[in-house]
Design a protein around this ligand. Structure first.
Ligand code: 5U1
Length: 676
């Protein structure tokens, strides 16, 4: 039975949210939710899809892990997919995993326990012992070529040494930043009056993805190897721990905490030991990785669509600390949403100092029963976003009263309205300065127009000074108008105006993201920009035309249509155009005119595990092939993934050759001749 409409809408909303979070995490290194919060959303979507399989789309975040790489570096297609790991959150889940895999093989299973570093996965390709390529994980299939930067990491050998080296070997491991290097980096950031890094993971990711390798070199990154994926010439060893010994012999750094473990009880003891030692290692870990040791057993166990069955990540519960809750305040977001947040005595928890934490909404404050003056328990869920867990009753001051949600907006004094059935209260005054500030900050933010130097403090100052009322006013800022303001030197004003000017060419998708249209996340904005090509065609599109775009469902389409039905929004867009902001999508790369697939027409149907639809299309076009939407006698190949539609039946009826995913990979690698 097809999913009912409210369930369909919820699934679409979850997909939009997850896409946005993935983009912020993988591309911007600037997540706004914790891993744990992300996992909760993924689990909710997976549960809906399990109940209503018609909701599952090939590009659903449950079907892939990660996000397509940022455009700055050349793309690298991994020979073997860089898997993510399934998680276990407690001893029972570990045991359940061990029971599951025991059914897949004969004989006892031995394990290897490894600390799970909080860094970023990297692939290193060694040919004849020499490092020839370093690539990030990206979306698992395609990553970024960061060779020049990897070569600056002292721990990564350029040349391997010793006997029995395979002719070609891909080593995987983690690039991370040790705590002393992280603290030194933030001290230097302070001295240079630059933004501090929130945690070592963000610092490592940001440092590895620098355009200038000299910047990476100055950042003291570290590396541990944990896997050999492909080895031509010699299979290093029959077991994982012996393979790691070989890597060590050849000069690759392997974490000394890694241990072979005889059974699942030893695994549990290892996880507990890692948890007890986690703050004494000199680098951050957020769990332990447990792997099957015997490589032959691994082959028998195989993979799911996302992760190997032979490995699991045991995630530590988040670290908790207590501190004093000074006050509860309310912030107003760009849609007018009023969000209470805790103002606390700063406390060091989960790798950084925390002084504020969101309390989400009025009911959440009541549910947690936290009051100003309380001693509260704070944690970093997933070690990213701080969270107030609750208060300690025994330490509550005697005359304490429950906190009361304000009835007026703290910014404009207008009423805060909470509609029946909604969790959030909203300031309904569209002229509210706080909403204006939030809208402009979002527009100037990294996910959108990426205007360096136009952060919240500056935007508030400019709104208060009457220089900005909407995002388009940003383009009217001049050095002369800025100079009379406080804390504004000539150089800063010039830099800011230059940064604003540089943002004019970001293209339509980034402008759409910056306008903060509800439900319209980065993936949908990019799909719309690509399909319609420019603003005028997009704003003339009907709901039906919008819904026809892959990645845009009815909820997004309605929201976009409602946005374009509002006169004020047209006014802002017209101002952006008049200011010279590029409202076109960049032209797609011209089709390749040579390559092994010239003359081939390919139809894609069903979900592929290793490619998004766009990535598969790009791979075909890069080799001179053409992708079309329907099967005809002229179609050369139909690539059928999971749950293929009627196109498969049509292909069979017309006698068109059908390829499964391995066949498709072969087609890409070797051309039609490789299919035999
Ligand atoms: N220590 C360690 N971290 N980690 C992460 N081992 C390890 N293995 C991984 C990942 C993603 O993947 C293997 C399946 C290769």
């Amino acid at each position: 039975m097809p999913a009912p409409e409210p369930v369909r809408r919820r699934a679409e909303q979850l997909r939009t949210e997850l896409d946005e979070h993935s983009y912020r995490y993988y591309v911007l290194d600037d997540p706004t939710v914790s891993d744990a919060e992300f996992d909760v959303l993924v689990r909710e979507l997976a549960a809906l899809e399990a109940e209503h399989p018609d909701l599952r789309t090939p590009d659903s975040p449950t079907q892939r892990a990660g996000y397509a790489p940022a455009a700055t570096f050349a793309s690298v297609t991994h020979d073997v997919r860089m898997w993510s790991l399934d998680n276990a959150f407690d001893r029972d889940e570990l045991q359940a995993w061990a029971d599951r895999i025991a059914k897949l093989v004969a004989g006892p299973i031995r394990f290897v326990g490894e600390p799970k570093l909080d860094g970023l996965a990297i692939s290193l390709l060694y040919v004849d012992g020499r490092l020839v390529r370093g690539a990030t994980r990206g979306d698992g299939t395609t990553g970024e070529d960061v060779t020049a930067n990897v070569l600056t990491i002292a721990d990564v050998p350029r040349e391997l040494r010793g006997r029995g080296l395979p002719a070609r070997m891909e080593v995987r491991g983690e690039v991370f930043m040790r705590l002393d290097a992280f603290e030194a980096l933030n001290r230097r950031q302070d001295e240079a009056e630059e933004r501090r890094f929130a945690n070592p993971r963000n610092a490592a990711a940001g440092s590895l993805r620098q355009k200038d390798p000299r910047v990476t070199a100055a950042r003291s990154l570290s590396f541990f190897a944990y896997q050999v994926e492909v080895a031509d010439g010699a299979v290093p060893a029959p077991s994982h721990h012996a393979t790691l010994d070989r890597l060590r012999d050849w000069g690759l750094p392997v974490n000394p905490e890694i241990e072979p473990l005889a059974d699942i009880d030893a695994v549990a003891a290892f996880c507990a030991r890692m948890e007890a030692q986690r703050h004494g290692l000199g680098y951050e870990i957020d769990g332990a990785v447990v792997k099957v040791d015997d490589l032959a057993q691994r082959v028998e166990m195989g993979h799911t669509s996302k992760a190997p069955r032979w490995a699991i990540a045991y995630k530590f519960p988040p670290e908790e600390k207590t501190t004093l809750l000074h006050d509860i305040m309310v912030s107003i977001g760009r849609t007018g949403r009023a969000t209470p947040f805790a103002v606390m005595e700063p406390v060091f928890v989960g790798g950084s100092t925390v002084a504020m934490a969101t309390l989400h909404n009025q009911d959440e404050v009541a549910r947690k029963d936290v009051r100003p003056g309380d001693t509260v328990v704070v944690r970093k869920a997933g070690d990213v976003i701080p969270e107030v867990v609750g208060s300690i009753a025994a330490k509550r001051p005697k005359r304490s009263r429950p906190w009361v949600f304000p009835s007026e907006c703290p910014s404009c004094g207008g009423p805060l309205v909470r509609l029946d059935g909604e969790a959030d209260a909203h300031c309904v005054n569209v002229d509210c300065p706080a909403q204006r500030v939030a809208r402009i900050v979002y527009f100037a933010g990294r996910a959108a127009m990426d205007i360096e130097g136009l952060g919240e403090e500056r935007v508030r100052q400019f709104v208060d000074a009457g220089l900005l009322a909407d995002p388009a006013d940003v383009y009217a800022l001049t050095v002369e108008a800025l100079l009379p303001l406080e804390r504004m030197a000539q150089k800063s004003a010039e830099n800011l105006v230059a940064a604003v000017a540089a943002s004019r060419d970001r293209g339509l998708a980034r402008v759409l993201i910056g306008l903060g249209i509800r439900h319209f996340g980065p993936a949908a904005a990019q799909a719309a920009a690509r399909t319609f090509g420019d603003l005028d065609r997009l704003r003339a599109a009907s709901v039906e035309e919008l819904t026809a775009v892959e990645g845009i469902g009815p909820v997004i389409a309605q929201s976009v249509a409602a946005f374009f039905a509002t006169a004020h929004n047209h006014h802002v867009l017209d101002k952006l155009r008049a200011a010279g902001v590029d409202l076109r999508a960049p032209l797609a790369a011209p089709a390749a005119t040579d390559g092994p697939l010239v003359g081939c027409t390919v139809v894609l149907t069903g979900g592929l595990t290793g490619f998004t639809r766009d990535a598969a299309q790009a791979e075909i076009e890069a080799r001179g092939g053409k992708v079309t939407g329907s099967v005809s006698k002229k179609t050369t190949f139909v690539v059928a993934g999971a749950d293929p539609g009627s196109k498969l039946a049509k292909a069979e009826q017309l006698g068109v050759r059908v390829l499964d995913e391995p066949g498709f990979v072969r087609l890409l690698a070797e051309g039609p001749a490789g299919l035999g």
